[in-house]
Design a protein around this ligand. Sequence first.
Ligand code: MN
Length: 170
Amino acid sequence: MKNSLKFSILFLIVLFVACNNRQPESAKEQKTEPVFPIGNIITGNNFTGTAWLHWLVPNDSIFNCPAGNVTFEPGARTNWHKHPGGQILLITGGQGYYQESGKQALLIKKGDVVLISPDVEHWHGATSISGFTHIAINTNVQKGSVVWLQPVSDEEYGNLDQEKQELIKR
Ligand code: MN
């Protein structure tokens, strides 16, 4: 057999093996692109750190239920605030915190759903070592969308972050 033919056959065998040796990715291993656009940086004084917002559902008088995709860089969080009509958070990426006034902060992560009753003072945001993305659905906004309060201080945030660091690393 000519060397060039041998080489061609060998090449085809190598190619065949290479193509068939790829393990099918399980659903968990698949790298998923963000589903919704990150949107624009949120300006103003109602957040600490950098966060982005992309509106998914506009506010209107039919549904009264605007929804937006919110992305936080590590350490970024909302101020304390409350929603006169309530709010639902669908966590779509990363790890973050949800804390109601007078209660311990909860570590929340991709796949979690948070139901926030009307007029409950709270904040949400990323941990210091992970980004965090949620879809925020503001319900019953004919009663009011959001009432902004004071920032979550570095002391408040730092304290709970130390408590949770070990948990996050596991
Ligand atoms: Mn909220």
